[in-house]
Design a binder for this molecule. Structure first.
Ligand code: ME8
Length: 520
């Protein structure tokens, strides 16, 4: 079985989960589920980015130790994963001992390769903010003092720091991008990276002495590692690095790092450079998603439009929220959400299109067919019956093509086009009239309808796992027949006797609604 190792970015543990985190987790979970249903041996890892000055400061403000603070935040993120039905196989917290071991090992390898040296980091430093500022951010204060944006005075400070020889990697990185044009997708993000690297890279300051909440530098513990060296390394910690015999070692290189567009440089420049330096292979792909905005506005506490993932799920239900994000937002681009847009999708696509079709066809079967999968063999199929099956059978190929480029929204849209087609087919065939005039044809029409629903529901499991499990239960599809292998029809595509079709005569449970309408 071919392996598929996928990760999310590891959220900063300095605040509660927000919609951006939820979106990334849902999208990554859906990709992972798709690959698993398609026969891949998946490993899905997320984590928590728990070190750094900001976390140390927030903890101090709240009067708790940094560890107590990050434990609390990590628990909130874990609860979010459960709530979203997007549990990962592993959660790498950067404060775990296994991670300290892994970061120290990668550091030592980079050092052994001659890429780490001690020098001075200099810049405008504000003691009150505990932060460096760019010259361009400063304003002139009294007595010739320069001021940080907060109004605090800044001083020119030189601090001892370890550096990583990033400048030496520009050519190797450019060669890597050229040889792997899909390394960063969508392409526009790769183009930005290539342009940036072509302008030349400076060496990177990778340690700090101004605070202590971090992984100590091996052999020089007054320094802690720069948070990005530490954070990026979580991805190999998950595979048991540096233990080459660890059970998960075989999963490296990762297939996909899913990240938001604000952290592409770290993943597409620093990370492969660190790995090259340490003699490890780069991840295969960095898949970049856009930002989500509330009605087009950036989410922020000050704007007052922060909506928690839990409040969205409480308002609309989990699967409608998962569906909305994955269908509405073109993957890779920014998107916005609003009450109106979510309700429109819930009612039009879920309640009306797929929900209603299931409800109407299954309740007709319950009424006219003794609650069993109808037997289609009593009537000769008409061209429209076979055309319907052919469209449904073609979906798995379309879905795979879209998912090969992580065009999640296009795969979902393709399934819903077939659901819309099935609604037209059902309406035109008027099985409720056939109940009186031609029961053999009625059975055939109902069979084709629910077989199309089986295919759609099987394919939509990655997006709406709970609801599609319910729909597949209503169609009496056995658990072992729910993978994408059950959608293979081969040469028999579009024929009633294709393999894996619903089995006529199988008892069906009493129908019930899968997607209620949202009523204001
Ligand atoms: O960047 N919409 O953590 P983070 C969509 N610790 N995605 C969003 C978003 C939004 N409004 N806001 C943030 C970090 N994200 C680092 C990562 S990885 C080794 C270290 C995404 O909590 C963001 O792009 O700020 C990132 O992929 C993820 O959420 C975590 O962001």
């Amino acid at each position: 079985m071919s392996r598929f190792f996928i990760t999310t970015a590891i959220p900063y543990a300095n605040g509660a989960p927000h919609i951006g985190h939820a979106y990334e987790r849902i999208a990554t979970d859906a990709i992972q589920r798709f690959m698993r249903l398609d026969g891949r041996d998946t490993l899905f890892v997320t984590g928590m980015d728990e070190y750094g000055l900001k976390v140390q400061q927030t903890a101090a403000r709240e009067g708790v130790t940094p560890q107590e603070f990050v434990d609390r935040v990590a628990a909130e993120f874990e609860a979010m994963g459960e709530l979203l039905n997007a549990r990962a196989d592993d959660i790498v917290r950067t404060t775990q001992p296994r991670h300290a071991r892994s970061v120290q090992a990668i550091w030592e390898r980079m050092a052994a390769n001659g890429d780490i040296y001690l020098s001075k980091y200099s810049g405008w430093y504000s003691v009150r903010d505990e932060a460096y500022f760019d010259e361009s951010e400063l304003t002139d204060g009294p007595e010739g003092k320069k001021l940080a944006p907060s109004g605090a005075p800044v001083d020119w400070v030189e601090e001892e720091s370890w550096f990583f020889r990033l400048s030496a990697y520009a050519d190797r990185l450019l060669a890597h991008y050229a040889a792997n044009p899909d390394f960063v997708t969508p392409e526009k993000y790769l183009n930005e990276i290539v342009a940036f690297v072509k302008r030349g890279l400076s060496d990177l300051s990778i340690s700090r002495t101004a605070f202590s909440w971090g992984v100590p530098v091996p052999g020089d513990p007054k320094h802690v590692m720069y948070v990005w060296v530490d954070a990026l390394t979580n991805y190999i910690t998950a595979t048991g690095f540096p233990d080459a015999e660890a059970p998960r070692a075989k999963y490296w290189p990762a297939d996909v790092h899913v990240i938001g567009k604000d952290i592409t440089r770290f993943h597409a420049i620093y990370w492969p450079a660190f790995l090259m330096s340490a003699g490890l292979p780069a991840p295969k792909q960095v898949v970049v998603h856009g930002f989500l905005f509330n009605r087009g506005e950036k989410m922020s506490k000050s704007v007052g439009n922060v909506v928690s993932p839990a409040s969205l799920v409480a308002a609309y239900g989990l699967d409608p929220v998962r569906y909305f994000f994955l269908r509405e937002v073109p993957f890779g681009q920014d998107g916005s959400y609003s009450h109106e847009a979510i309700v429109a999708r819930m009612n039009a696509d879920l309640a009306n299109d797929i929900g209603n079709l299931g409800q109407r066809s299954l309740s007709m079967i319950a009424k006219n067919g003794e609650g069993r999968v109808p037997d289609p063999s009593g009537a000769a199929p008409a061209p429209e019956d076979l055309a319907m099956l052919a469209r449904a059978d073609a979906l798995i190929g379309e879905a795979r093509r879209h998912m090969a480029n992580f065009q999640i929204h296009l795969y979902v849209a393709a399934v819903f086009e077939v659901v819309a087609e099935a609604n037209r087919y059902f309406a035109n065939a008027e099985p409720w009239k056939l109940a009186k005039s031609d029961r053999a044809r009625m059975a055939l029409v109902l069979y084709v309808t629910i077989e199309t629903l089986r295919i759609a529901a099987t394919l939509l499991q990655p997006v709406m796992p709970g609801s599609m499990a319910k729909l597949l239960d209503l169609l009496a599809v056995p658990p072992e027949a729910r993978t994408f292998a059950a959608l293979e029809t081969g040469e028999a595509a579009g024929r009633l006797d294709a393999p894996n079709r619903l089995e006529p005569g199988r008892a069906l449970p009493a129908p019930s609604a899968v997607f209620p309408r949202y009523v204001e």
